[in-house]
Design a protein around this ligand. Structure first.
Ligand code: HSE
Length: 434
């Protein structure tokens, strides 16, 4: 447990030596990412000029051995670190409390905050960004989405951002790593364990595999690009649990790959969004994003789509972006009054028109032309159809359908289920996009 009782006073400014013109950073959290931040700062990450000094770190357990040894003073009292008047607070506690309280206190004292905590921003964004605007204090969050790829700050300063009208991307490193490994024949539990071992997964990995982490990141992106305040639970969210290795194999046979996708479109205050696994045609730039790599495609720029890609998770990639943000936070002019985000109430509609990747399984299945007839009679047109796969003594066939709305696909598949006595499982499919 964290406490608010005073421990050792950590005075950042008093601790500076005259030769130092360093940025005093108080670390809230010394887990995998916090330790990587401290190590990069202490060991002067090769290639990065880091005028950064860690004044201390907030930890739950003062007695647990740390990779940083005694080079970083520890405290269990967050207020101690704030009382030391650091130049920047880095919040890498994860979760909602005490992160929210301490970030609000830092902003209230005019101390810039850098955070990688997408849950915090997705759930308490209205409150935190209002506090940052009122105190004109930087609140930076580059590492919260595409952890190793700084791109959000660029768009804060560029008028080009106003032209953007859509995004799609792969923003969860853990699930992209798992699906890539499963495509290469690895079992799901092994792939998940490896993602945890490498520090990609959340402390509770169900947030990754159920799509919660991706929906939180989508909420952060919608605030940033569409000026919409959306809660993750308002977004249609699906996890990767319904997929099996054969789906991944057949996606490749049908000319694409299955990826953990987020997608959103906005025009004025009209917004649609979803987070979940989707079939992506091989010609789509996201089809080539494998392993822990993440990417965002921003649509609407006058010259065409913009693609940003790089490591999406991992302690070192995240820490490097955080430290970059620290330096930016101290050089950034005081923020102006922020444009207030438009609050979206109720469920956000999912993208109205996407394609569909469908798995039909039954003891026997109608021949492909008959399935196509059943679907086309209900306005669903097929783009690709796999051969029957008769493994496990059951017939299975995969289909990719052209875009249509969700109501139409559900009605059509209900008719196929009844006519063919089969199970139908579907996920979305993204239109081909260069
Ligand atoms: N668990 C997250 C992921 C960490 O796998 O993408 C980076 O946000």
């Amino acid at each position: 447990m964290f406490t608010v009782a005073p421990a050792t006073r950590i005075d950042a400014r008093a601790a500076r030596t005259p030769a130092q013109d360093q940025i005093a950073v108080a670390l809230l959290g010394l887990g995998q990412v916090g330790s990587a931040v401290a190590r990069l700062a202490l060991e002067s990450c090769p290639g990065m000029q880091l005028p950064v000094r860690i004044t201390g770190a907030l930890v739950r357990d003062l007695h647990r051995p740390r990779p940083t040894g005694n080079r970083v003073p520890l405290t269990a009292a967050g207020d101690e670190l704030l009382d030391g008047a650091p130049d920047v607070v880095v919040e890498v506690l994860g979760g909602l409390e005490p992160a929210r309280t301490l970030v609000l206190r830092a902003l209230g004292r005019g101390i810039p905050v850098v955070t990688a905590n997408k849950s915090l921003l997705a759930v308490h964004g209205d409150e935190l960004f209002t506090a940052a605007a009122e105190t004109r204090t930087p609140l930076r969050y580059e590492a919260a989405v595409l952890a190793g790829v700084p791109f959000l700050g660029t768009f804060t300063r560029r008028p080009l951002a106003a032209s953007l009208a859509s995004l799609c991307g792969v923003v969860n490193g853990t699930t992209n790593f798992i699906l890539t490994e499963m495509s290469a024949g690895r079992a799901y539990p092994d792939a998940l364990a490896e993602a945890q071992r490498r520090g990609f997964a959340e402390p509770d990995p169900s947030n990754d595999v159920l799509g919660v982490d991706a929906a939180q990141k989508l909420a952060v992106l919608l605030r940033h690009f569409a000026h919409c305040s959306v809660k993750p639970e308002q977004i249609e969210t699906t996890g990767i649990g319904g997929l099996c290795a054969r789906d991944l194999d057949q996606a490749a046979v049908l000319g694409g790959a299955l990826k953990p996708i987020i997608a959103a479109d906005w025009t004025g205050h009209d917004l649609s969004a979803f987070a979940g696994p989707a079939f992506v045609a091989a010609s789509h730039s996201l089809a080539r994003i494998d392993g822990v790599q993440n990417a965002i495609v921003l649509g609407g720029a006058p010259g065409g789509d913009l693609l940003f890609a790089g490591p999406g998770a991992g302690p070192v990639a995240t820490a490097a972006t955080i430290l970059d943000d620290v330096v930016e936070a101290t050089e950034q002019p005081k923020p102006q009054k922020t444009v207030e985000a438009h609050r979206t109430r109720g469920a956000v509609p999912a993208a109205p028109l996407t394609g569909w990747f469908i798995r039909l399984t039954g003891n026997t299945l109608p021949v492909a032309p008959d399935v196509a007839d059943l679907l086309s009679a209900r306005g669903v047109w097929l783009r690709r159809v796999s051969d029957d796969d008769g493994r496990d003594g059951r017939a299975t066939r995969w289909l990719v359908a052209h875009p249509c709305d969700r109501g139409r696909i559900e009605a059509a598949l209900a008719a196929v289920r009844t006519a063919a006595a089969c199970d139908a499982h579907w996920i979305r499919a993204l239109e081909e996009r260069a």
